[in-house]
Design a protein around this ligand. Structure first.
Ligand SMILES: C[S@@+](CC[C@H](N)C(=O)[O-])C[C@H]1O[C@@H](n2cnc3c(N)ncnc32)[C@H](O)[C@@H]1O
Length: 662
């Protein structure tokens, strides 16, 4: 099945009203911090409410070891019945180790909890018709993809199969406990497996506050029949407001299209499933991000588009078992964006002598770089040490892989590989660094909020955090110029950057720095505390929220926004970047024209960064490499000098390896 528009669609239009979920659940990590019914953050006890069990009073926050919590009696009232009748109540979480259902689930249980809730819904609407296995490929119109997900071709497939099998057995146990049946069960779990596969195939992550994912939800066929593309023409956002379906909602602009008769027959279930949406929980709204012709398919991204092609393809295969053949994936040589996201620099690579060894070392280096970034990130996420995480990531960004990581093979010295600022690992690093510096700032202030010294240090960390946000947005902005579907991530990054800058300018230290003339004069009139939001955001909301003419002067607003960014960047960047070695080396966080693949390498663009004789060397080296290998060649923009921190880290010293097939 797929979805198509009912008419030609402009860019920036809501294509659906806000759609209610069929089932949803928080990730285990958010269960004690967010309400399980409305997903809003929980206040500290006693303003937390346990599920209402058949015999318990409504404010039963003293219930022993509840697995889920609500923010209000109303939320508890709405969801408790489903929690109990779906048998989710009988599914215990890993922290409740003694329970028979807990030992089978190693990781997060949200998939299993959503599957239990969906199974209950399907039974309620009589959508399950056992023992016909064919029916388990699609339930209520939603594809389970069971056959593909449960077939094993390699080791990773085996892990997924085990996860599905274990999850299905846990579901059976929970349902049998609910029904008072013997837990010693030896039958099959076909139905539970199919519903769990259906969740893996159709669930989307629910993101709040521009990016943080706190749970998953499954929507009806209007949303779930939309296929994936790595260059999608639509994106989606969530609304956590209760009863948000109202007069401001867009009408439905999309309709199903079937590719075979079986699917057409299944579409009969479409209406049934559509009536099963819950009246609470995260709602989803689809929006066009490109002009879409009536004959075109509507597509969204199932994966993070800021990953290079190989990673996107691997993720899509592991999660959904299809090979994406979209325009972005089918292009060879890879698109400019894919070049940028995947290629690494080799500092000491002698490019007159490129051999297959270098490709081998390069692949090894990529693996080591990924492991290194993972290790550094887990210092922060798993071990609560943001300082060590910052140190490791910045070391990597500045110096490349540390020496001990790249041991020489057979007495040959290895090329030193370095990430350039648009590589997907650099983008990951900026995200983590922005968050880690922010946490370090608040950790520093927590015990000593009034000490001027601590305030200043915390302010410096906050400004470094803002700078990394800015750099992430600027780098993504550059990629967006070549791939417009990156708009959804980009919008989130600019929003976080704006919020981070405004909170910096509202901090008490800002006024102190202004008084001491420590803030450069161009910045002192920054309209800090007057606004809690960007003035353009106010304008945008006034024009577009609730308006059916959403396309109105969208383009003009976008231009205004870009002008604003270009205007403030020179004034703001040097101030933000001044406390950080890596950031200081980046002259302009939104202008990355100096990173060019040879294909569109323009001498004029680079003259600003290197002298003309250097320029000639670059071009001639590229030509030499281009002629030297006929099939697959590495073209290296020559590293002109060993970069040092006092140099422009990426300007004169930058190089980038670009692969192409002649
Ligand atoms: C959420 S469903 C999308 C609707 C689905 N086509 C259907 O018929 O119900 C996700 C599944 O659709 C298929 N799919 C989605 N996008 C695809 C693509 N670009 N190429 C091939 N299969 C795709 C995969 O089987 C995937 O597991």
């Amino acid at each position: 099945m797929e979805m198509r528009p009912i008419d030609d669609i402009d860019i920036g239009r809501d294509l659906t009203p806000s759609l209610s979920p069929l089932a949803f659940s928080l990730y285990d990590s958010s269960l004690l911090s967010h309400c399980s019914a409305c997903f809003s953050p929980l206040c500290p006890p006693p303003h937390q409410f346990s599920p209402l069990l058949p015999s318990s009073p409504i404010n039963s926050h003293h219930a022993p070891n509840p697995s889920i919590l609500y923010c209000s009696p109303q939320c508890s009232n709405s969801d408790s019945d489903l929690h109990v009748s779906s048998a989710e109540y009988h599914l215990h979480l890993p922290h409740q180790q003694s329970h028979p259902t807990s030992c089978h689930l190693g990781g997060d249980t949200s998939d299993v909890r959503v599957a239990l809730r969906l199974l209950h819904l399907f039974e309620k609407f009589h959508l399950i018709s056992l023992p016909n296995e064919r029916r388990l490929e699609r339930i209520g119109g939603l594809m389970s993809n069971r056959d593909k997900l449960m077939s094993v071709e390699n080791e990773e497939d085996g892990d997924i199969l085990a996860k599905i099998r274990n999850g299905a057995r846990v579901m059976v146990s929970a349902r049998r406990m609910r029904d008072g049946l013997d837990l010693d069960f030896s039958g099959d779990c076909l139905l539970e497996e199919a519903v769990l596969c259906l969740v893996l195939t159709n669930a989307v992550e629910v993101q709040v506050n521009g990016g943080r994912a706190i749970g998953i939800a499954v929507y009806d066929t209007t949303f779930s029949w939309i296929n994936h593309s790595c260059s999608p023409n639509a994106c989606y956002r969530f609304s956590l407001q209760q009863n948000s379906q109202g007069s401001g909602d867009s009408p439905l602009w999309i309709t199903p299209a079937a590719t075979n008769t079986f699917d057409e027959i299944e579409a009969i279930h479409y209406g049934v499933c559509n009536k099963g949406g819950l009246e609470y929980g995260p709602r989803v709204i689809l929006r066009s991000i490109k002009v879409i012709k009536k004959s075109e398919e509507v597509s969204i991204a199932y994966t993070d588009l800021l990953q290079p092609k190989a990673m996107r393809q691997l993720e899509l295969w592991l999660k959904y078992r299809f090979i994406c053949c979209c325009r972005q994936c089918d292009t060879w040589p890879p698109t400019y964006v894919d070049h940028c996201l995947q290629e690494i620099s080799a500092v000491n690579l002698d490019c007159t002598n490129l051999s297959s060894d270098h490709n081998f070392y390069r692949d090894e280096a990529i693996r080591m770089l990924i492991d290194y970034v993972d290790d550094a990130t887990s210092e922060y996420i798993s071990f609560g040490n943001p300082e060590s995480c910052c140190e490791k990531l910045e070391n990597l960004l500045i110096h490349g892989l540390p020496d001990e990581q790249s041991e020489p093979k057979e007495n040959k010295s290895l090329p030193i590989f370095r990430l350039h600022p648009l590589h997907h690992l650099s983008l990951n690093a900026y995200t983590i660094l922005a968050s880690a510096y922010k946490i370090r700032a608040s950790d520093l202030l927590a015990p000593n909020p009034d000490t001027r010294e601590h305030q200043l240090e915390a302010f410096n960390m906050s400004r470094t955090s803002s700078a990394y946000s800015f750099l992430l947005a600027g780098a993504t902005h550059h990629l967006f110029l070549y791939e417009s579907s990156l708009i959804a991530s980009l919008a989130n990054f600019w929003t976080s950057t704006g919020e981070s800058l405004l909170s910096l300018a509202r901090s008490p230290v800002w006024n102190f720095l202004v008084k001491c003339s420590l803030i450069v004069s161009e910045l002192s009139p920054f309209p800090s505390h007057k606004f809690c939001k960007c003035a353009l955001t106010y304008k945008f909301e006034a024009n577009f929220v609730g308006s059916h003419d959403q396309n109105g002067d969208f383009e003009e607003r976008s231009r205004e926004f870009l002008d604003c960014i270009k205007n403030i960047t020179p004034r703001v960047w040097s101030f933000l970047a001044q406390k950080d070695c890596y950031l200081k080396a980046i002259k302009d966080p939104i202008d990355f024209r100096w990173i060019r693949s040879v294909k569109d390498f323009k001498i004029l663009d680079c003259k600003a960064h290197v002298g003309s004789s250097d320029m000639e060397r670059i071009v001639s080296r590229c030509e030499v490499q281009g002629c030297a290998h006929e099939e697959r060649v590495n073209i290296v923009q020559v590293h002109l000098s060993t970069p040092s921190l006092s140099d422009d880290l990426f300007g004169a010293g930058h190089e980038m390896v670009v692969e192409r097939v002649d």
